[in-house]
Design a protein around this ligand. Structure first.
Ligand code: AMP
Ligand code: ZN
Length: 114
């Protein structure tokens, strides 16, 4: 998707990656909501988590969770804890239409979310 900002970041046309492999990229959120706020995305454009409907996509999403765990460990937030969030569509507040997993940590968080 040529006009998708997260495709551009994942393809290294803009921004700076903190992690990448063949299928996944990660970068710091532009407007961090916690001391650690990293976005982890599939390199392949998938608009929203509700579009994930087959085994290949499910494997990719599982891989993203493993990468989130690795980044959490690197950033030193594993022991205290962290939150992984995916917002889907309007009610959840999704604002960028390329699936992204928020990795948030480094501070105490509230529940339920707003
Ligand atoms: P969501 O509301 O779940 O769709 O989250 C979108 C996130 O993307 C927000 O936390 C934004 O701060 C972040 N964001 C938007 N544009 C960029 C960008 N160019 N680089 C990094 N993060 C971005
Ligand atoms: Zn995209």
């Amino acid at each position: 998707m040529s006009d998708c900002v997260f495709c551009k970041i994942a393809n290294k046309e803009m921004g700076k990656l903190v992690y990448e492999d063949e299928t996944v990229a990660a970068f710091d959120d532009l407007n961090p909501q916690a001391p650690v706020h990293v976005l982890i995305v599939p390199k392949r454009h998938i608009a929203r988590i509700s579009d994930v409907a087959n085994g290949e996509d499910a494997t990719l999403m599982g891989h993203i969770l493993v990468v989130a765990n690795e980044i959490a460990r690197e950033r030193g937030i594993t022991e205290n804890g962290y939150r992984i969030v995916v917002n889907c569509n309007e009610d959840a507040g999704q604002s960028v239409w390329h699936v992204h997993f928020h990795l948030l940590g480094g501070r105490k968080m509230n529940w339920p979310p707003g």
